[in-house]
Every structure is written in structure tokens, then in C-alpha cells.
Write a protein that binds this ligand. Structure first.
Ligand code: TXA
Ligand code: MG
Length: 357
């Protein structure tokens, strides 16, 4: 299959290109498109055959359902049993935007679209290209991140093509995404609501909007949880992993983290490994080896989020054997960054202890 690439203006998308892409969706094909978080790989959510093709193209396990994207709150009505006042409030405050809501699904949603669950994940993306595509396709669009299963999510059309060129019908290329990590997944079928995946909508903002909200322990765990304990289907699978082995260094002080990173670099280099460091603006000066990248400033969690997946992919193009990454602050989007770093490292976490002076 040849993958068609449509360059498209992110602000004022060319309607002819949107219509061509919508035509592909309507006929059961697969189109990758930008959202404000990461690129998604879209298929008609109500067409079971198309959704099955989607799972195959990204080699995604069939037990992990993608998010259903809508362009209008009204579209949610027919996908779910009921929209509670709390759900309405959240949609009003956060949509369009990086918040996915888990609700009880209606009978029109095919089983494959929700992996046989009795719930469905819905969101309205804050991106003109995505919204126009959903509108012109005239159907809700199932879209997981447009990467091969297990790889870092794509924040540009180039990343999509790295993984999926020749496996999907088309890509709408509108440049880099603005947020860089996926949406926050909030389960509204439990009381109090529970964040299953921290993401582009900060936990603090949700707490401010609805009062009581919890974090699913699995979403903030520093260990891989047993399968029974994982509430979100996505939790059980390998995620965001670069080809290189990765160690994440977490600790209370930046000084302790830096010292531990330097120690680990030495250990791996002694073993003949090519080591890369993922540091921050404040710390990269302490690392003297050849491949050192900065995730951004430790005080700017939105910046850290924006760079994360691109940098993980970059290490792989530089033949690095081991990535040593610094843990970063967990407020705002930092919680999502920590969650992605831990998974990318397959929970291979080294704790840095402060040395008493
Ligand atoms: O920002 C995003 O959310 C991106 C863009 C493309 O919108 N999409 C995305 O989709 O990250 P995906 O499929 O890669 O991640 C969806 C997450 C997975 O962790 C999945 O397990 C969870 O949502 N999920 C989907 N349906 C669910 C359900 N009914 N109950 C619980 N978790 C669900
Ligand atoms: Mg994904």
C-alpha cells in the first residue's frame, strides 16, 4: 500500500484535502491526523471492519481499545448510555481539549471498537485539522496514537511515517503537535472519578473543576503492576519504548540525580556500551559525553512534555545502547511526563539518594 501524504495548514486546513482524507475514512480506510496532543490513526468508529484494520496496522493488541474522537458534544449522546451532569460540566470546561472521558457505551458502538468492554473512551480534540476531518467524515473516529504498538507516540507526521509508511492510506501533515503527550484519561463510571492515565489536562485542573478525583494507583506507580490490579487496558502493555535500554534516575534533589546519572554512565561505559543522557537545561552542563540531550527546563513541565517523544525517537537514530534519563518534577504536565518516562524505561528506575554534606 502507498501512503499518501497531504501537507495541510494547521490553522486553515484546505477543505479539498480534508475531503479526500474523509473519503478514505468513509470507505473504511485509515488516515493519520494531528491532534493537539499527538498524531492519531483514525478509522470510522462505527465500522467494525475498519477498526479491525486499524488494530492490525499498528500491531495493537485487540484487548486495548482506542479513543473515539468527536467534533460535537451531540455526537457523544448516541455513543453512550447517559451523560451525567458531571460529564457535561467537564465537557464544557475542557473540550475541545486533551481530556478523554470513560462512559458507559451504547449498543451502536461495535464490540471491537471498545475491545468488548461496556464502556467507551470519548474526546473532542482541540485541533482544526482533526475537527474538520471528523466533521467531513460524518462519523465518530476511533484513533489510537499513530505509532506501532510499544513505540513512542508520534508528535510529527515524520514520526508517523517512520512507523506506518506503507501500512496506512494517508497522513495529514500539519507539523508538530503542541502538547506532545496524550490526553488525560478520566473514568467517570466510578465514584469518585479516577484518572487512569495522566496526560495533557493537569490533575490539578480536574480537581479544581470537580472537587474529588483520584489517581488510579497504576498510573502513578513506580513499578509495573500485576495485571489484575490494572484498571486501564493500556496499562498491561509495553509502551513508549525506544530501542535502547533505558534507566530512569529519580530522586529528591537535582544534585543527587545528577550524581547518580554520572555514576551510571561510568558503569555502562566501562561495559563498552554507547550511552546517551536525557537531561534538562539546568543539568546538561554536568555531563561530558557525546550524546546528551535536554528535555527542557525543569520548571517548565509543558516544555518537557512537548519534547519527550521526539527525543526518545532521536536516541534510536543515534545508535545508543543505553539511555540514562533524569526524573523531572511532577506538577502540571510533569505527572504525564513521569508516567511516560517510567513506562519508556519499563520501570527500570534507579533511586538517587542525597549524600549528606
Ligand atoms: O491524546 C490522545 O489521547 C491520543 C490522540 C490521538 O487523541 N490518543 C491516544 O489513544 O493516546 P491510545 O489509544 O493510544 O490510548 C488510549 C488509552 C489507552 O491507555 C486505553 O487503554 C485507554 O485509553 N482506554 C480506551 N478505552 C478505554 C475504556 N473503555 N476504559 C478504560 N480505558 C480505556
Ligand atoms: Mg498510544
Amino acid at each position: 500500500m502507498k501512503t499518501q501524504v497531504f501537507k495541510i495548514d494547521p490553522q486553515k486546513p484546505d477543505i479539498d484535502k480534508i475531503r479526500a482524507a474523509a473519503g478514505v475514512i468513509k470507505s473504511g480506510g485509515l488516515v493519520a491526523f494531528p491532534t493537539e496532543t499527538v498524531y492519531g490513526l483514525g478509522a470510522d468508529a462505527l465500522n467494525a471492519k475498519a477498526v479491525l484494520t486499524l488494530f492490525k496496522a499498528k500491531r495493537r493488541p485487540l484487548d486495548n481499545p482506542p479513543i473515539v474522537h468527536v467534533c460535537d458534544v451531540k455526537d457523544v449522546q448516541r455513543l453512550v448510555k447517559e451523560i451525567s451532569s458531571e460529564a457535561k460540566k467537564l465537557m464544557k470546561i475542557f473540550w475541545p481539549g486533551p481530556l478523554t472521558l470513560i462512559l458507559k457505551r451504547s449498543a451502536i458502538v461495535p464490540d471491537v471498537t471498545v475491545a468488548g468492554l461496556d464502556t467507551v473512551a470519548v474526546r473532542m480534540p482541540n485541533n482544526n485539522v482533526a475537527l474538520a476531518l471528523i466533521k467531513e467524515s460524518n462519523c465518530p473516529i476511533s484513533a489510537p496514537s499513530a505509532n506501532l504498538a510499544g513505540k513512542p507516540s508520534p508528535t510529527s507526521a515524520e514520526h508517523v511515517l517512520e512507523d506506518l509508511d506503507g501500512r496506512i492510506d494517508a497522513v495529514l501533515d500539519a507539523g508538530s503537535t503542541s502538547i506532545g503527550v496524550e490526553s488525560t484519561v478520566l473514568d467517570l463510571t466510578v465514584c469518585p472519578p479516577q484518572v487512569l492515565r495522566p496526560g495533557g489536562t493537569p490533575f490539578e485542573a480536574l480537581a479544581k473543576a470537580i472537587g474529588k478525583v483520584e489517581l488510579d494507583p497504576a498510573s502513578v506507580s513506580d513499578q509495573a503492576l500485576s495485571l489484575e490490579k490494572a484498571r486501564s487496558p493500556g496499562v498491561k502493555h509495553k509502551h513508549y519504548a525506544p530501542n535502547a535500554e533505558m534507566v530512569l534516575v529519580e530522586g529528591d534533589s537535582v544534585e543527587a540525580i545528577v550524581n547518580k546519572v554520572i555514576e551510571l554512565v561510568g558503569l555502562y561505559e566501562e561495559r563498552g556500551k554507547r550511552v546517551g543522557v536525557l537531561g534538562t537545561d539546568e543539568t546538561v552542563k554536568y555531563y561530558g559525553m557525546s550524546v546528551v540531550k535536554s528535555l527542557g527546563s525543569r520548571g517548565d513541565s509543558a516544555g518537557l512534555a512537548r519534547n519527550l517523544f521526539r527525543l526518545l525517537r532521536e536516541f534510536d537514530t543515534e545508535n545508543i545502547d543505553v539511555i540514562i534519563a533524569e526524573g523531572t518534577p511532577t506538577t502540571g504536565l510533569g505527572l504525564a511526563v513521569q508516567n511516560r518516562l517510567r513506562k519508556a524505561a519499563s520501570y527500570n528506575i534507579a533511586k538517587a539518594q542525597a549524600i549528606p554534606h
